[in-house]
Design a protein around this ligand. Structure first.
Ligand SMILES: C[S@@+](CC[C@H](N)C(=O)[O-])C[C@H]1O[C@@H](n2cnc3c(N)ncnc32)[C@H](O)[C@@H]1O
Length: 237
């Protein structure tokens, strides 16, 4: 099954085995199906709020991944991701919650809700918001999550950040990104330029917060920046 470049990158970032993986806001379940085929977790949970989608997915999974019901390695749920039924799972089990393809504000709300309702669970999150990366990162930091990995992906001339975070990871989440940047790559330079241009436009409204965010992104292209010094300067800023 062919999946998008963005979902494929998320799939490739999952290298360790888990007891449970939750493909949240799963739509047609493409990523979860890929993970099911990869046999990377004891159970893959598919969650979306749209009922006809989940009925269709359940039928598809029964057809292609039908197993003995006593050891079924997948489950479909039609519900709000904020109500994820984690209480039915062991607190000590290794769990990965994936939320991709939704706006930053909704994503923050969902992560917040999941953590508040399940403070003792051993959770990792793999997150890929559409827009509002800075705000998402600040919120994850405020929730005391640490960074495991982060990557940039360009698809159809849109840029996405993928964040792998957990409560036990000790590396701080930088609001403008850290280990994801590789300025020898054209895509990364293009993304930084686009982001700076966006905040420059916003800063014309001269609010202090936007000016502060702009200054932080601009510091990434400082000649002294260890991230940037190995490549040539971005033109046109
Ligand atoms: C654009 S799709 C994302 C599909 C896939 N995760 C991806 O990244 O390509 C967004 C999905 O989020 C679902 N959704 C939005 N809010 C939700 C919520 N609160 N709980 C569960 N699903 C939600 C929608 O029904 C839709 O199927």
């Amino acid at each position: 099954m062919k999946i998008s470049k963005r979902l494929e990158r998320i799939n490739n970032m999952i290298i360790n085995k888990y007891d449970h993986i939750w493909d949240c806001c799963c739509d047609h379940g493409q990523l979860g199906i890929k993970l099911l085929t990869k046999k990377i977790a004891s159970k893959i949970h598919f969650v979306d709020i749209v009922s006809p989608l989940m009925t269709e997915l359940e039928t598809k999974l029964q057809r292609y991944f039908s197993v003995n019901p006593t050891c079924k390695n997948w489950q479909v749920y039609c519900l709000d991701v904020a109500q994820l039924p984690l209480e039915s799972t062991c607190k000590k089990s290794k769990q990965l919650v994936i939320i991709a393809g939704v706006g930053g504000d909704l994503l923050i709300e969902l992560v917040n809700g999941i953590i508040k309702s399940n403070p003792e669970h051993n959770l990792e999150f793999l997150l890929c918001p559409v827009h509002h990366h800075y705000k998402v990162r600040k919120s994850l930091k405020a929730l005391e999550l640490g960074l495991i990995d982060e990557q940039i992906i360009r698809e159809n001339n849109r840029f996405y950040e993928i964040l792998h975070v957990s409560k036990t990871a000790i590396k701080a989440i930088n609001p403008v990104g850290s280990i994801m940047w590789n300025f020898t790559k054209k895509d990364h330079k293009d993304y930084l330029l686009k982001t700076i241009n966006h905040y420059q436009r916003m800063a014309q409204k001269t609010d202090q917060e936007t000016l502060n965010i702009l200054a932080q992104y601009q510091s990434l292209i400082d000649n002294d920046s260890p991230l940037y010094k190995s490549s040539s300067p971005v033109m046109g800023i």
